[in-house]
Design a protein around this ligand. Structure first.
Ligand SMILES: [Ca+2]
Ligand SMILES: [Ca+2]
Length: 189
C-alpha cells in the first residue's frame, strides 16, 4: 500500500497546476489562431482575471488560472482570451493572434472545440456587399462596401459586437499592397 501511495503522489506532482492549458492567440479555443479569435477579445474587452503564471505569447501549451467568465454559450473560459497573460482583456491581446496566425493545436485542456457564436439577442443579420464600379480597368482601383444589416426594429446596441472576415482574391489580378480595409464604426451605419 505504501508503494502505491508514493507512485500516486509523484504523478500528481508532475501534472498541470490548475488542470487547464491554453495556446496564446487561440482565444476561442477552436484549435487554430486566426481572424475569428478577434471576436472573443471584443466580447470580453475590459474583463479582468488572474494573470497567467509564466506567461508567454509563443505557441505552446500554457497553464492558466481559470477566470469566472466564459464565452457566451460555450465552455471556453475567459482566460483563453487573455493572450498575453497580463490579467486584462484589451488590444495587447491582439499581438499573439498576429504572431501565431494559422498555427494549429489539439492539446488544450479542455480540448479545442469547433463552434459558432450565434447572435444572442436578435435575428441574424444580412451581409450585403456592393461596389462603387461595375468594371475596373487595368491598374484601376475600386471600393467594396460590406454592410451588416438588421431589421429597423432592432436597436443599434443589440446588433453585432464585432465582425471578422477573410478576404480572398487572385494575387495575379490584385496588387496585395493596395488592399486596404477601413472600418466604419459610426453609430447607426
Ligand atoms: Ca481560434
Ligand atoms: Ca491580456
Amino acid at each position: 500500500m505504501k508503494k502505491i501511495l508514493l507512485i500516486l503522489f509523484v504523478f500528481l506532482g508532475m501534472g498541470p497546476l490548475y488542470g487547464q492549458l491554453m495556446y496564446p492567440g487561440d482565444t476561442n479555443n477552436d484549435g487554430r489562431a486566426n481572424h475569428l479569435d478577434l471576436l472573443p477579445i471584443g466580447l470580453a474587452f475590459g474583463a479582468q482575471g488572474e494573470p497567467r503564471p509564466a506567461a508567454s505569447e509563443n505557441w505552446f501549451a500554457q497553464e492558466f488560472i481559470p477566470w469566472p467568465i466564459f464565452l457566451p454559450t460555450t465552455p471556453v473560459n475567459g482566460a483563453f482570451i487573455n493572450s498575453n497573460g497580463d490579467g486584462i482583456i484589451d488590444t495587447l491581446d491582439l499581438d499573439a493572434i498576429v504572431a501565431n496566425y494559422d498555427m494549429m493545436q489539439d492539446s488544450t485542456m479542455p480540448f479545442p472545440w469547433q463552434h459558432n457564436i450565434q447572435c444572442l439577442s436578435c435575428p441574424p443579420p444580412t451581409l450585403s456587399i456592393s461596389y462603387n464600379l461595375d468594371s475596373v480597368e487595368v491598374n484601376g482601383a475600386f471600393q467594396a462596401f460590406i454592410s451588416v444589416l438588421y431589421p429597423e426594429t432592432i436597436p443599434f446596441d443589440l446588433g453585432a459586437l464585432g465582425l471578422a472576415l477573410e478576404l480572398s482574391y487572385d494575387p495575379e489580378l490584385v496588387v496585395e499592397t493596395s488592399v486596404v480595409v477601413t472600418p466604419n464604426t459610426d453609430e447607426g451605419t
